[in-house]
Design a binder for this molecule. Structure first.
Ligand SMILES: Cc1cc2nc3c(=O)[nH]c(=O)nc-3n(C[C@H](O)[C@H](O)[C@H](O)COP(=O)(O)OP(=O)(O)OC[C@H]3O[C@@H](n4cnc5c(N)ncnc54)[C@H](O)[C@@H]3O)c2cc1C
Length: 288
């Protein structure tokens, strides 16, 4: 049996090189002002999908939502072994929080259709919420396995997956289709293949070449040099659930917190201990 995997990959600001222009006045990320990289854990999500293809047969489709420049991560996916790559770009999606992002991505997954696995990274290094994957699973109404460490086996429509539970592992059996969020210890992402790079490096999304006429785009398509690109209308998205209008979260300020206190306090695991801890946290304004 061949398995069809969809991988959700995100281009993120390189948080090791943040500048003062990192955030716009409205509290959203100023992506244009930041160097970008492939979200680290999404490389492991891609590798998990490629592993399913290698071991059991199937296909891998990569989807990213972002500005035209996000097509970089799609080319990267093609260089490593993805069969299909889709750029979801639409100005009306700008400023989406995880609620809106997961809605848009789940609509894109539904539009691709006919899938067995959706793989995501556990979290993205810019938002760090780890909510997008689980929220997508809820919207797709499919089971989710978070913290995927290993694909133990797949038989028919049942996958045996090992997940990291902090101080140990748990092996779960899940019915397909399912969504899994992948951690960085799960695998070693494969490098680019020289052949695949030569075949795919010239591919561009229409949004990357805004001056191109429709004839030119058609010509590029015929030459196999056009990346697939969708907007919100292509995935039948309800516009009110996308972008700022679909996002209840507002980020007012980002602060760099430097913890100065050294050492630790041991709290006994009793009712009195917990009360003491809460009093302390409220007292130093960590809570409340
Ligand atoms: C400082 C800061 C604070 C924020 N706080 C909140 C908050 O409290 N609540 C909130 O709802 N939003 C918040 N956001 C916005 C949130 O980061 C964005 O909505 C983001 O698009 C999705 O969330 P994430 O980056 O946290 O992704 P995560 O949930 O950490 O990402 C998990 C996985 O989902 C997939 N994924 C995520 N985004 C995309 C994408 N665009 N395309 C393809 N795959 C994707 C990837 O596989 C990724 O590894 C915040 C952003 C910033 C910069």
């Amino acid at each position: 049996m061949a398995y069809r995997s969809i991988v959700l990959v995100k281009q993120v600001p390189d948080t090791a090189n943040i500048t003062a222009e990192a955030m716009k006045e409205d509290g959203t990320v100023n992506r244009a002002a930041l160097p970008t990289i492939f979200n680290p854990e999404d490389l492991h999500a891609l590798e998990a999908a490629l592993e399913v293809k290698d071991r059991f047969g199937g296909t891998v489709t990569a989807i990213t939502m972002g500005p035209p420049k996000a097509a970089d991560v799609l080319r990267d996916c093609l260089f490593r072994g993805a069969d299909r790559a889709i750029l979801l770009t639409d100005r009306r999606a700008g400023g989406s929080d995880t609620l809106a992002t997961s809605y848009i991505l789940s609509q894109a997954v539904k539009t691709v259709g006919n899938y067995d696995f959706v793989f995501c990274g556990r979290q993205a290094i810019d938002g760090d919420t780890a909510q997008t994957g689980p929220q997508c699973a809820e919207k797709l109404n499919i089971p989710q396995v978070t913290y995927l460490e290993e694909i133990v086996n797949i038989q028919g429509n049942i996958a045996e997956l090992k997940r990291n539970i902090g101080h140990g592992w748990e092996i779960v059996k899940v019915r397909l289709p399912c969504l899994a969020t992948v951690v960085e210890t799960a695998n070693t992402p494969r490098p680019w293949s020289a052949k695949r790079m030569m075949r795919n490096k010239a591919k561009q999304a229409p949004a990357e070449i805004p001056a191109a006429t429709s004839e030119r785009l058609e010509q590029l398509k015929q030459q196999g040099k056009l990346l697939e690109q969708w907007g919100l209308d292509d995935i039948s998205a309800d516009i009110d659930r996308c972008g700022l209008s679909g996002s209840p979260t507002k980020v007012f300020r980002i602060q760099s917190i430097v913890l100065k206190k050294e050492g630790f306090t041991e709290i006994e695991p009793t009712e009195t201990g917990v009360r003491r801890l809460i009093r302390e946290l409220v007292g130093d304004r960590t809570l409340g």
